[in-house]
Write a protein that binds this ligand. Sequence first.
Ligand code: PHE
Ligand code: FE
Length: 286
Amino acid sequence: MAQDILTRPDGTAADWTIPQDWDAYTAEDHATWDTLFDRQARLLPGRVTPEFIDGLDMLRLSKPGIPDFDELSERLMKATGWQVVAVPGLVPDDVFFDHLANRRFVSGNFIRRPDQLDYLQEPDVFHDVFGHVPLLAHPVFADYMQAYGEGGRRAAQAGVIEKLARLYWYTVEFGLVRSEGGLKLYGAGIVSSYTESVFALDDPSPNRIGFDLRRLMRTKYRIDDFQQNYFVIDSFEDLLDQTLNTDFGPLYAELEGQEDIEIEAILPTDHVYTRGTQRYAREQAA
Ligand code: PHE
Ligand code: FE
């Protein structure tokens, strides 16, 4: 998603898609994917929610090299009716929502340079495909993403995208989920990052608090570094249930008069899994 006004680059279709142009990837591009994939494949078992690993297996994402979107879409289509389409980079909100509402996930077609393995600003094919696509093979998460797109179209018309963007941020990108074996990762921004995959679960710095839709929609977020707060859902079923079956219209109206909540704040009403020290954020700021 992009908040700012973007202009459609030459050669993109009206819906901002482009051909993936798989044959144009170099041996170095494929090697970069393989390096990133191997690192995460070794790190994530036991940390990530099992549905993510199921998705990797079902979609054969461990096959060496950058996945071919047509091949990937064929498998994904059979599982949940989703497709992956290529875009040059960030796309405007309305375009993004429209793709999701139609069960199309937009992915950057470029891959980061070998000197950017740990950090880059714009989502590349590794973040988009490795991070997001495995859970799209899960029926409940797949429904959530489509519903989000539909909700986005409504929110855009009402001019209240910011609150809804926070929901995407704190679930799809940086969500944690409760399990009998402790908290697990599912957010794409975490699972596509080697360092945040460790930080989000093990570091004493961030808060980890229970998912609460109203509270979450009032909470600011940071896009430039590790999160200072993670929201923990009970299950994908519960997430879908709480969002799909709630009309956000009255909720937006209710939240309009309320103040934003600071990222690191803990409220008396929060279900606190971990009260963070915020040490990491303090050290980065110093
Ligand atoms: N129910 C929300 C609305 O009324 C839409 C939505 C569903 C948003 C699921 C996010 C996730 O707008
Ligand atoms: Fe993302």
